[in-house]
Write a protein that binds this ligand. Structure first.
Ligand code: ZN
Length: 348
């Protein structure tokens, strides 16, 4: 009789999956920080990236955990509540890692290997109101489908399931990112690169970054210049400022940077904008036409997501009309409970 360990042993190309994960995990135009995930299936087991781990580190530490594929698929199909708690399907392997909240998203694919990224070129399309037409123009050579925004979890997996036909191997997630699937590592790598290329948009860099004008607004020692000069790009035109102040464009921005972005009005200082300490300070403050100030306590995750925002905003055409997450979708991502949600609504 085979031992438990042998039954759970990963597929032959597991090392290749790690290499694929590290490859794209280290490309900020494909994956930023702890975002994105990869999976591989063998029989009734699926290895999926663990929550909070980095695909970029897939070669140097354990980032994958095995889950019971048959059971999670049954839970998704039957709308059981545990479909939203992937840890319930973990095959214990003696580690503390828990499967990604996006586990269900991978389970619904028949293909053996699934790669989900927050590809910047995809996001720059997936936040525009005419995304369907834009994708139809550029993805003519692919078997693709579009799924409108739903919070990552079992409901999103069910929406993907509804559009999955056997030949579909590219899914664009509205206000979120990209999924590609295939039966070999090379097929998935090629598909990821091909979609990224087909959706490529050039970044437009504007002049005007003005450190003196930025620092003149700082009167609370809480804000300073960012290490990454590209972040200033977010604030270098009125149009860009309007685009990011109007709302949140995708989930990881909300989770790491809060809802939308905040701009200073003419002559307003950082202290004026943040007031007393009763509310958390924004991770960044935009000074239209001059650049961006970043909070000194901003996490690495927040800074990574500001870079993501700069990479998206610099690629949006001037005429772009954007779809934003609704306020309810923002609150849902922040896990605000019903009472807090009601209070926030009343405060508006
Ligand atoms: Zn995602």
């Amino acid at each position: 009789m085979a031992s438990h360990k042998q039954l759970n042993s990963p597929p032959q190309d597991f090392e290749d999956l790690k290499a694929l994960s590290a490859e794209f995990g280290n490309k900020p135009l494909h994956i930023q920080g702890a975002g994105g995930n990869a999976s591989i299936k063998q029989g009734d087991i699926m290895w999926i990236k663990a929550s909070g781990t980095l695909l970029a580190e897939a070669m140097t530490r354990d980032v994958f955990v095995p889950v019971d594929l048959a059971r999670i698929k049954a839970s998704i199909a039957s709308h059981l509540p545990d479909a939203d708690t992937p840890a319930a399907f973990l095959i214990s392997g003696g580690s503390d890692l828990r499967p990604s909240i996006e586990t269900s998203l991978h389970a619904v694919f028949a293909q053996r290997i699934v790669l989900h990224t927050h590809c910047i070129h995809t996001i720059a399309h997936a936040v525009q109101t005419n995304v369907g037409d834009l994708l139809a123009t550029r993805l003519g050579n692919f078997n693709w489908a579009f799924v409108p925004y739903t919070k990552p979890g079992a409901n999103l997996a069910r929406s993907v399931m509804e559009v999955l036909k056997p030949d579909i191997n590219v899914i664009v997630l509205g206000n979120h990112g990209l999924i590609v699937a295939g039966d070999s590592i090379d097929e998935v790598r090629d598909l990821q690169n091909a979609v990224h290329k087909a959706l490529a948009l050039p970044a437009t860099k504007l002049d005007g970054e003005d450190h003196a004008a930025l620092l003149a607004r700082v009167d609370d020692r809480a804000y300073g210049l960012p290490d990454d000069p590209l972040l200033h790009q977010i604030a270098l035109s009125d149009q860009r400022v309007a685009q990011v102040v109007a709302g949140s464009l995708y989930p990881d921005h909300v989770i790491f940077c809060g809802i939308a972005a905040t701009a200073l009005t003419p002559n307003q200082t950082t202290q004026d904008a943040t007031g007393d300490d009763s509310r958390p300070h924004p991770v960044c403050l935009l000074v239209p036409g001059a650049g961006l100030l970043v909070h000194k306590d901003a996490s690495i995750g927040a800074k990574t997501m500001l870079r993501c925002l700069a990479d998206v905003i610099t690629r949006l055409p001037g005429t772009a009309e954007l779809t934003y997450l609704t306020q309810e979708q923002n609150y849902e991502l922040l896990d605000w409970d019903a009472e807090k949600y009601r209070q926030a609504l009343n405060a508006e």
